[in-house]
Design a binder for this molecule. Structure first.
Ligand SMILES: *[C@@H]1O[C@H](CO)[C@@H](O)[C@H](O)[C@H]1NC(C)=O
Ligand SMILES: *[C@@H]1O[C@H](CO)[C@@H](O)[C@H](O)[C@H]1NC(C)=O
Length: 333
C-alpha cells in the first residue's frame, strides 16, 4: 500500500466518521499513560468496543500511525486492509494470532527507542461503524551503572584530586550524587552536566574536587532517575596512604596528649620536690655560713643526710657532700 492510497483511505474514514457521528456503535478505547522501557517491548493497549446491538462485528481496516514531530506528517506503522497486515518490521499486533474478529487491536513495538515516544492515532473501520482515537507513549530508560575516574589517576594524597563520575543511557534527565564512607552527602560540592546523546538518551557527568588534606577513604557515586529513584551506584576506594592525613595527625596528637599529660604532672611534681630540696639546702648552707666550723667540716667530706617526710610516706634521701656532687635517691616506702 503506497502513501497515496493510505491518504485516500484516511479521507474515506473521516467522511464515514462524519456521517456516523453521534451513533457511536463502534468505539476504539485506549489505555492512557502508556509507558515503554528503552530496549524492551512496549504496547499501546487499545480495544474496539461495539454497542450491544452489534452482533459479531468484523474489522475491515485498522491503521496505526505515529504523529510526526518535526515535519508534522503522520507515519504509518501498521495497517490491516482487505485481509492483509502490512507495516514496518518493528511493529505488529500485540495479539499473536490477530484476526478480523479480534477486537484487541493493541500495537506492539518490539524494540522501544526514544523515537517511539510521542502521539499515535489508531483508526478502525468495521462492518458496523468506525472510530479514530489518539493515544501516546512515554519512553523511559534506566541509567547504566556509573563509572568513576580520578584525575590524576593515582591518588597520592600529596596533591588535589578531581573525581569524575558518569552514567549513560538514561531518560529523562536524572541526577548523580556523591557520598563518602560515612554517607555524608557531598553533592553540593560537585558539578553535574547532562548531555543528550545521539540515541536521545542522557549522559550524566559529575565532577567532585578533593583537597589533598581532606580525602576520605571511600567515595560513592549514585545515579538517581528523574523521579528520585536510585538506579545504580559505584564506589571508589582510596588507598590508605592517600586518605586525609590531617585527620590522622589530629587523632595521633590526641592519643599522645593522653599519655603526655600525666607524665607532665608527675614531672612537675618531681621538679617541685627538687626545687623544694634545693631551697632547703640553700637555707641550710646559709645556716652553715653562720657557723663556719660546720662549713669546714663539710668541706672535709662530712656527709650530711637530710630526710624530708612527706604525707604520702615518700621520703627523699639526699646525701649532701661538701663538694656538691649532688647525688639524689628517691625512695618510696
Ligand atoms: C490486548 O492483548 C494484549 C496481548 O495479548 C494484552 O496484553 C492486553 O491486555 C489486551 N488488552 C485488553 C484491553 O484486553
Ligand atoms: C525511578 O525509579 C523508581 C524506583 O526504582 C521507579 O519506581 C520509577 O518508575 C523510576 N522512574 C523513572 C522515570 O524511571
Amino acid at each position: 500500500m503506497n502513501m497515496a492510497s493510505v491518504g485516500i483511505l484516511f479521507l474515506f474514514f473521516i467522511i464515514i466518521r462524519a456521517q456516523s457521528e453521534g451513533k457511536a456503535f463502534v468505539e476504539v478505547q485506549c489505555k492512557t499513560g502508556n509507558v515503554g522501557q528503552y530496549g524492551q517491548q512496549s504496547m499501546l493497549d487499545c480495544v474496539v468496543t461495539t454497542a450491544e446491538e452489534v452482533k459479531e462485528p468484523k474489522i475491515l481496516v485498522v491503521a496505526w500511525k505515529k504523529k510526526g514531530s518535526e515535519d508534522d506528517s503522520d507515519k504509518t506503522l501498521l495497517v490491516f486492509h482487505k485481509g492483509n497486515t502490512t507495516g514496518q518490521p518493528a511493529y505488529r499486533f500485540a495479539e499473536s494470532s490477530w484476526n478480523d474478529r479480534n477486537m484487541n487491536i493493541s500495537l506492539l513495538i518490539t524494540n522501544t527507542t526514544m523515537v517511539n515516544s510521542g502521539d499515535y492515532t489508531c483508526s478502525v473501520m468495521t462492518d458496523s461503524g468506525d472510530d479514530i482515537t489518539k493515544t501516546s507513549l512515554r519512553v523511559t530508560a534506566k541509567y547504566n551503572k556509573p563509572t568513576i575516574r580520578s584525575i590524576p589517576e593515582n591518588i597520592t594524597g600529596r596533591e588535589d584530586v578531581t573525581l569524575s563520575c558518569s552514567s549513560v543511557g538514561g531518560y529523562p534527565k536524572g541526577q548523580l550524587r556523591w557520598f563518602d564512607e560515612h554517607n555524608q552527602d557531598w553533592t553540593a560540592s560537585s558539578k553535574m552536566e547532562a548531555e543528550l546523546t545521539n540515541d536521545g538518551l542522557f549522559k550524566l557527568s559529575s565532577k567532585l574536587s578533593l583537597l589533598k588534606n581532606s580525602i576520605f577513604s571511600k567515595y560513592t557515586c549514585i545515579v538517581f532517575n528523574s523521579s528520585g529513584g536510585k538506579e545504580d551506584e559505584v564506589t571508589l576506594e582510596i588507598p590508605d596512604t592517600a586518605t586525609s592525613k590531617g585527620q590522622g595527625e589530629v587523632k595521633g596528637l590526641d592519643q599522645t596528649s593522653k599519655i603526655v599529660a600525666p607524665l607532665v604532672v608527675i614531672g612537675s611534681l618531681i621538679v617541685g620536690l627538687l626545687l623544694a630540696l634545693l631551697i632547703y639546702r640553700r637555707r641550710s648552707q646559709r645556716d652553715h655560713r653562720e657557723v663556719p666550723t660546720f662549713e669546714s667540716n663539710a668541706e672535709q667530706g662530712a656527709h650530711v643526710e637530710m630526710y624530708k617526710e612527706r604525707e604520702d610516706g615518700t621520703a627523699l634521701s639526699l646525701p649532701l657532700s661538701g663538694d656538691c656532687s649532688c647525688h639524689m635517691d628517691i625512695t618510696t616506702y
